[in-house]
Design a protein around this ligand. Structure first.
Ligand code: HEM
Length: 403
């Protein structure tokens, strides 16, 4: 596919390099400076516009004419063989999206999450008790980063935490970009739906005080959501509610321990944890490359470039979060940064539903680590950490630590 209005030779091959750790390829900074709405050849499906500046991405994310749904389940230009559009809310048509978001957003408000906080703290401390009892070294991915958000989202939804090994396997397949074949992913999606149907049937027979029961009631009584939508919602929240936070938490701790003076700073001033979490969200990239593709449903002007109806647009949130025109000393990690309008949770209609929950989990985890494990350090050199490859979100495979 060629683009009629891209100057010859200006199409770049994407992604730039293959970094999936804490770093971003320098090409993003070059694009922000000189070609912020860049024409790129995506690894799958042809060409797209890549946005790299904070202002452009904020504007584009809030523009309903750039539609995730229009690219869902279609062979549009994208960073991975398949996208996130088949998981959860993201790829739903705008009317259903708004209706379903309203239905579940009550469970994720700042107030509701504040009520959950004592329980999040209790789970966190329980995990740290386990670490202390067994002694180091230990893998912080398996011992904290993964089990904490998993236990919390399981309790909220009403899925037994003991099932984590079962739905972890589905998560890995559904959040993979290239690690599994199309066939394997399709099979995993089918099995995941069957697995969830089992709980829907069980909870319908025995309702409890959980989100799954509330959604079943909404389905059965108000017809506010279809059976398929129910599965998509619950399935998306179970996966989205633990995989992203786990990758971020492990990445945050890796960044703090890579240069231990950062961990020391937090240890000495734990009151900085909330601002430190925002800074870590800003600098630790979420996606391996870019998130879901949007398709222009009509001509849209972004950053002085006209995106024609039907064209694909992708955003680098990580690049936006390092935009020098927005963040002072954007390349530095400033744990007490006060002006920090990062967009790690996105923006606009798809703004992360779980942001208050993720923040609470990340804050509880860091607070507990710096107060209870003051001597925490990496048990291997930072450059020997292995990072997930072939997955949509970043994160270390293991985070060996001692204390
Ligand atoms: C640190 C952890 C997390 C990060 C960085 C994160 C980031 C994001 C981002 C960037 C988006 C928007 C994607 C886009 O517009 O292209 C998003 C959407 C979403 N997130 Fe999160 N997320 C996190 C944790 C969570 C948690 C704990 C939940 C809990 C259920 C969650 C549920 C969702 C849902 C349901 C959406 C789709 C919203 C919609 O389409 O309306 N996320 N997240």
């Amino acid at each position: 596919m060629t683009c009629p209005h891209a100057a010859a030779g200006s199409v770049r091959t994407y992604p730039f390099g293959d970094r999936v750790d804490l770093e971003l390829d320098p090409a993003y900074a070059e694009l922000r400076a000189g070609d912020p709405v860049a024409r790129v050849r995506m690894p799958y499906g042809g060409e797209a516009w890549l946005l790299t500046r904070h202002a452009d991405i904020k504007k584009a994310s809030a523009d309903p004419r750039l539609s995730m749904h229009a690219g869902a389940d279609r062979d549009v230009p994208r960073a991975a063989p398949r996208g996130l559009d088949s998981v959860g809310l993201m790829g739903m048509p705008p009317e259903s999206h708004a209706r379903l978001r309203r239905l579940v957003s009550r469970a994720f408000t700042a107030r509701r999450v504040a009520e959950l906080r004592p329980r999040i703290t209790e789970i966190t401390h329980g995990l740290i008790d386990g670490l202390i009892a067994e002694g180091g070294p230990a893998d912080l991915v398996q011992r904290l980063a993964l089990p904490l958000p998993t236990a919390v989202i399981c309790e909220m939804l009403g899925i037994p935490n003991e099932d984590r090994h079962v739905f972890r396997a589905f998560t890995e397949a559904l959040m993979s970009s290239s690690r599994y074949t199309e066939q394997e992913v399709a099979e995993a999606a089918e099995q995941y739906a069957d697995y969830l149907r089992g709980y829907v049937a069980e909870r319908r027979a025995h309702p409890q005080d959980d989100l799954l029961s509330a959604l079943i009631e909404a389905h059965d009584e108000g017809e506010q959501l279809s059976g398929n939508e129910l599965l998509m919602l619950v399935g998306g929240m179970l996966i989205g509610g633990h995989e992203t936070t786990a990758g971020q938490l492990a990445g945050h701790v890796a960044l703090l321990l890579r240069d231990r003076s950062r961990y020391e700073e937090l240890r000495a001033r734990p009151e900085l944890v909330p601002t430190a979490v925002e800074e870590l969200l800003r600098v630790v990239p979420l996606w391996a490359s870019v998130g879901p593709t949007r398709i222009a449903t009509e001509d849209v002007e972004i950053g002085g470039v006209t995106i024609r109806a039907g064209e694909a647009v992708v955003y680098s949130l990580a690049s936006a979060n390092r935009d020098e025109s927005v963040f002072e000393n954007a390349g530095d990690v400033v744990l007490d940064r006060t002006h920090n309008p990062h967009i790690a949770f996105g923006q606009g209609p798809h703004y992360c539903l779980g942001a208050p929950l993720a923040r609470a989990e990340l804050q509880c985890a860091l607070e507990a680590l710096v107060t209870r494990l003051p001597g925490l350090r990496l048990a291997v050199p930072a450059d020997e950490l292995a990072w997930h490859e072939g997955m949509l979100v970043r994160g270390p495979v293991e985070l060996p630590v001692t204390w």
